[in-house]
Design a protein around this ligand. Structure first.
Ligand SMILES: Nc1ncnc2c1ncn2[C@@H]1O[C@H](COP(=O)(O)OP(=O)(O)OP(=O)(O)O)[C@@H](O)[C@H]1O
Length: 488
């Protein structure tokens, strides 16, 4: 659980203005000085990104004076993302006028305008789509699947009686903490790992004992898995010339297919390059082209964007989703990134200790998490004592010692509302985070709480440090928990 100290460190300093206009990515726990922070902010600035991110966020209605939005930024800011340093390709944007540029070490690269990773609005060639998506979408079912590994400590059951139905053409995200069994399930669906019990069906065909090569599945993994000594074109065409299709496709047909795929992933000019000559995002697009080359019935993506920096990842998410829909190819992807799942998936499956804890549309899961674990995993809630004044006033009752409160489930009023169970508090911090504002308040009993709001909510009547406010916690949005409930 990340209780946003990083956010406070970063924005309670003179660069708040700069930060307010740009996107950021930090690892949780990163200790930064104001100066370091300024540097990071400037190297990752790209205001254009804001509009789009903001538009894609999930809107949550509130009955107070604010409309609420769950903030991708908040989660990201509180450390949900791992930024690769090896493949980092920082987006460039001219530093803001009021930024302290004294310690900026600008390189030539910094002077170039930002070039998007992909053109998200590019028309997709219908004939190419048709050819690649020739098989039609496949429904996937796993029924009562178990996986037991024999380890040095004995038998380890890592997937426990899992059943799941993935509708044809859906984009499904498997999320959950590390070690919860997501990848193992993906590998069993692919045929890379045999099941210990249970069945795997594609449409109504039982593929449980069918070899991976005969399942017609395309893979894309975080680690690219491209052949470094082969050109991009050879990588993409590899499956075509080595699979059972050999003999079916002539070299000319293979070349045409490879050209089509490279055009699809917007890498037509890169066929002669070798993987080390590409950026991380480009390599992932090659990997995607290769995964699609054999016209798979199913696409399996394991942490596909995990090694990419946040801006490229954000762009590829949108683009991959658009492509997936255009191809109408059933796709299952594993991700650690809750925002990624919430944003991309049609359907989301939350894993915990080898079992499915909750599944459904991302919005439903976000709105109605069925446990403190799910709520904590997919959002980034505050933790407050169950006996504190605010919880008691809200009417929420629990036998658990703590309560989770999401930053966007708090309703704030400037005046006391006698007809509502509000609790008075003092504003401790107001941090401008671009389209959103992150605030911290302190109740009179000393309990602190963070919440986030759209910037425009504050335009008429800005919140100020030291100001008295009245907060309402909605009992239906609270979840009591004990520390062990949140353990991975
Ligand atoms: N071949 C194996 N032999 C023994 N144990 C394994 C093997 N593969 C995976 N495991 C164990 O199975 C459990 C589930 O692993 P899995 O990779 O499926 O989890 P995950 O949810 O995908 O985690 P992550 O997100 O970190 O990849 C882990 O405890 C892992 O150590």
């Amino acid at each position: 659980m990340a209780h946003g100290s990083v956010g406070r460190i970063l924005f309670a300093n003179p660069i708040a203005d700069v930060a307010g206009r740009h996107s950021l990515s930090f690892n949780e726990g990163t200790q930064v000085s104001g100066r370091e922070c300024s540097r990071v902010v400037l190297s990752s600035a790209r205001p254009a990104e804001w509009t789009r991110q903001n538009a894609s966020r999930r809107s949550v209605e509130s009955n107070g004076i604010f409309s609420n939005l769950k903030s991708n930024l908040l989660t990201r800011f509180k450390g949900g993302n791992q930024q690769s340093t090896s493949d980092k390709k920082p987006p460039i944007w001219p530093p803001a006028q009021d930024a302290d540029e004294s310690d900026q070490e600008l390189t030539e690269e910094d002077d170039k305008p930002y070039v998007p990773e992909v053109n998200k609005d590019a028309e997709l060639d219908e004939s190419v789509l048709k050819e690649i998506a020739s098989k039609g979408a496949t429904e996937v079912r796993v029924v009562d699947v178990d996986k037991v590994f024999l380890t040095s400590q004995g038998m380890k059951r890592v997937v426990k009686n899992v059943s799941l139905r993935v509708e044809a053409g859906q984009l499904v995200a498997l999320v959950g903490p590390s070690g919860s069994g997501k990848t193992t399930l993906l590998r069993m669906i692919a045929g890379l790992e045999p099941t210990s019990a249970g069945k795997v069906y594609f449409n109504d065909e039982d593929l449980t004992d069918v070899h991976v090569q005969d399942r017609d599945v395309g893979f894309m993994f975080q680690s690219y898995a491209l052949f470094k000594h082969m050109t991009v074109a050879a990588n993409v065409g590899y499956g075509l010339s080595t699979s059972k299709r050999r003999g079916k496709l002539t070299p000319e047909q293979i070349k045409k297919r490879v050209d089509d795929l490279l055009s699809l992933v917007q890498l037509s000019e890169y066929g002669d390059r070798f993987p080390p000559q590409l950026s991380g995002g480009q390599r992932q697009r090659v990997a995607l082209a290769r995964a699609l080359a054999t016209e798979p019935r199913l696409l399996l993506l394991d942490e596909p964007f995990g090694a990419l920096d946040i801006v490229v990842r954000q762009e590829l998410r949108t683009w991959v989703k658009k492509l997936q829909k255009a191809l109408n190819i059933t796709t299952i992807f594993v991700t650690h990134d809750q925002d990624e799942a919430l944003e991309m998936a049609d359907y989301m499956v939350v894993f915990h200790r080898g079992r499915i804890l909750q599944e459904g549309a991302p919005f439903e899961i976000y709105e109605r998490p069925n446990s403190a674990f799910v709520m904590n995993f997919i959002s980034d809630p505050n933790v407050i004592p169950a006996t504190c004044l605010a919880v008691r006033r809200s009417g929420y009752r629990t036998t658990k010692p703590y309560v989770l409160v999401r930053p966007d489930d708090v309703t704030i009023f400037y005046e006391e509302k006698l007809d509502l169970p509000t609790t008075p508090a003092t504003v401790l911090e107001v941090n401008n985070m671009g389209p959103e504002v992150l605030c911290e308040i302190k109740y009179d009993d000393g309990v602190t709480l963070e919440f986030n709001r759209q910037r425009y909510d504050f335009e008429d009547q800005p919140l100020e440090v030291g100001q008295r406010v009245h907060l309402q916690l909605k009992p239906l949005m609270l979840k009591g928990f004990s520390p062990e409930d949140l353990k991975a």
